[in-house]
Design a protein around this ligand. Structure first.
Ligand SMILES: Cc1cc2nc3c(=O)[nH]c(=O)nc-3n(C[C@H](O)[C@H](O)[C@H](O)COP(=O)(O)O)c2cc1C
Length: 331
């Protein structure tokens, strides 16, 4: 139906990546994405034990082999120094010949070198031109432009600025748009801006397959754009969340002692690790049923998410909307 650099590179039907989401995207969701001919990804941190990660990757490789006309799958690696799992997870991924990587937050050089040794592709999350030029110079195969309103660590720029800016300066590799895309119309709009596809996160939380509580899914369905706020209270780095009663109670900023500890050169590595560990624990509780201290990560695309669908139907809905937008839109 539509051919872009992304669909050509991965031989997929629709230019959509199901984005990696901490504590949300799992093996089942990735299989559903692969079965429905798109790219399904998950953060390796969702399987912290290396033996478990190894077995999930083995299952996914098998699934790719056994599926007719499959999409593909990928993993997200947090390449930041404060991620204690980075080295061991990268090793397991390379051993399993993972076909696709998304890197975020740090320097992707090692991932790119190792992935390229067997022909895998590496896309890097960026929020500005400087970082995009850096990853392109290191050999990234694609850039994921994370814009305003994205679920998680949203960028400061609107996609209408970021995508053309990256395309103008780095014309040769695909730029994927991330942030606020939950409909085929929005997907069409980023293609018009020059993106080769979209990385879609928040919409996939409100799916039957997502292994999170129905409270979280319903909160996504009920939330409006003004219910999404930025907080530093999860990982230290600002992240978008639903403004729950608990989020309001704990506030959105780090206090001055926390700021000092995370900027001091002697303490910053360990303090950041500690904040992230505590944040992970809070998030882990939040995705389970019956929790009242809810910190639910979600982006501003909640505005247009009004039902819980199967992954198959969500992809189909976006596909039909894209087709309609291409063939029927009058400007
Ligand atoms: C619940 C949740 C968890 C996320 N976890 C991660 C993560 O672990 N690593 C990462 O690189 N991005 C993470 N993201 C960001 C997504 O990969 C993606 O960039 C974003 O969801 C796209 O914006 P959208 O939510 O508006 O579609 C997360 C997003 C959400 C909503």
């Amino acid at each position: 139906m539509i051919s872009t650099k992304l669909t050509e590179l991965f031989n997929i039907d629709l230019p959509i990546i199901m984005a990696p989401m901490f504590l949300v995207s799992d093996e089942n969701m990735v299989k559903a994405a692969v079965k429905n001919h798109i790219i399904g990804t998950f953060p390796t941190l969702n399987y912290r034990e290396t033996a478990k990660l190894d077995s999930v990757l083995g299952n996914l490789n098998q699934f790719l082999k056994n599926t007719k006309n499959p999409g593909t799958y990928g993993v997200n690696l947090i390449t930041q120094k404060s991620n204690p799992y980075y080295k061991s997870h990268l090793k397991v991924c390379i051993e399993n010949k993972v076909p696709f990587f998304i890197t975020s937050l740090g320097n992707p050089e090692e991932v790119i070198k190792k992935a390229h040794s067997y022909g895998a592709k590496v896309f890097c999350d960026v929020t500005n031109l400087k970082h995009a030029e850096k990853v392109a110079s290191l050999g990234a195969d694609g850039i994921i432009a994370v814009g305003q309103g994205a679920g998680g660590h949203a960028g400061p720029e609107p996609l209408q600025i970021l995508i053309p800016l990256l395309k103008q300066n780095i014309p040769d590799i695909p730029v994927i748009a991330a942030g606020g895309i939950s409909t085929g119309n929005a997907l069409h709009s980023v293609l018009i801006l020059g993106a080769a596809g979209a990385s879609v996160g928040t919409s996939f939380i409100a799916t039957e397959e997502a292994p999170v509580s129905s409270d979280y899914k319903n909160a996504i369905v009920n939330a409006k754009t003004e219910d999404i706020v930025m907080t530093e209270r999860i990982s230290g780095t600002p992240s978008t969340i639903i403004n729950t009663a608990y989020a309001k109670k704990i506030g959105y900023k780090q206090n001055w002692i926390e700021r000092k500890l995370s900027s001091n050169s002697k303490t910053k590595k360990y303090f950041k690790m500690l904040v992230q560990m505590k944040g992970m624990k809070k998030l882990e509780k939040s995705v389970k049923p019956g929790n009242y201290k809810n910190l639910w990560i979600a982006g501003k695309s909640v505005q247009f998410i009004d039902q819980i669908l199967s992954i198959e139907n969500l992809i189909l809905k976006m596909k039909i909307e894209l087709e309609n937008s291409i063939t029927q839109n009058k400007f």
